[in-house]
Ligand binder design. Sequence first.
Ligand code: GLA
Length: 362
Amino acid sequence: MKKSADIQVFIIGICLFTVLFSSTAVRAQKTLKEAYKNYFPVGVAVAPRNLTGREAELIVKQFSSVTPENAMKMGPIHPEPDRYNWQDADAIVAFAQKNGMKVRGHTLCWHNQTPRWFFTGDDGKQVTREVLLERLRQHINDVVGRYKGRIYAWDVVNEAVPDTGSGIYRQSKFYEIIGEDYIEKAFEYAHAADRDAQLFYNDYNTESAAKREKIIQLLKKLKAKNIPVHGVGLQGHWSIDEPTASELEKSIQAFSSLGLVVQITELDVSVYPKEHERRERKSSDNGVLTPDMVTKQAAQYKMLFDIFRKYKQDLTGVTFWNVSDRSSWLDNFPVPGRKDYPLLFDQNYEPKPAFDGVVNFE
Ligand code: GLA
């Protein structure tokens, strides 16, 4: 009798130990930055509102780098000719420094979110090439100069190549007024302002064969002229059904063969088929997350990170665009008001099924 009671206690003890041990194992799950410490920094795009409370805790725990989502774009940081708005950008850089994180700067020259004053003279007319170049130089000098030594990499020119058509240059105001050399000038100005910063050309849809080819042509021209361009940012606004592994590998191989490093700069995996143009919401856009989407997203994230690790010689950083599914720019793009679920943390900041496949690997 006594003996069987002892055995029972023993068995219960073993069960308890197993339960406790395995739940500790779950709790002690690797973080993104631990899992990737021998590979590349894992970053996240932030706004000042993310830097307090639970979001700040999650950011510091999981990530090793930050990018200001909007705070350093031309419009927000330089709203009027003689006025810079440093507050938000300063707060993000200070947060990173306090927590020992790297900072990627985004972005010095982009056709979107550029204030109208940039292209307009006192007379209300469009400025000349000389005036616009000088404004661009001053802007880049001031912004890069302010954070010199604290920002290790900059997206210098963003999205200069169009998705369609045969030309390699997007018909932006910078292109129309200055000509194609606005791109090389932007890189030269950035290099002059901080000789140590790594300078990136950044774009989306870089896995489409036609667009990849145009970006390669653009970069080859820059390299042939010895322009200080060091890397290519693949934005990585992807979805559960694109890109394929082979499309992604082709892009990484093609860009690194030009002697450039590659970073994934704005990663998110939409649960909807990819669309690059804004459109109205339809009744079928109900914003419901299905089990099938969850499974496909986990598989897509796993595939992406398997490839990122495979190319760790060429890939020097991966940055997520937003912190958690609580709020993403994709909730309003391409379909206004359609909820998306593109990140590794859910609306309560808990790791999603996709997280496991990213941090657990041989
Ligand atoms: C582009 C830009 C980013 C951001 C996203 C949407 O990818 O590079 O700065 O505006 O669009 O958030």
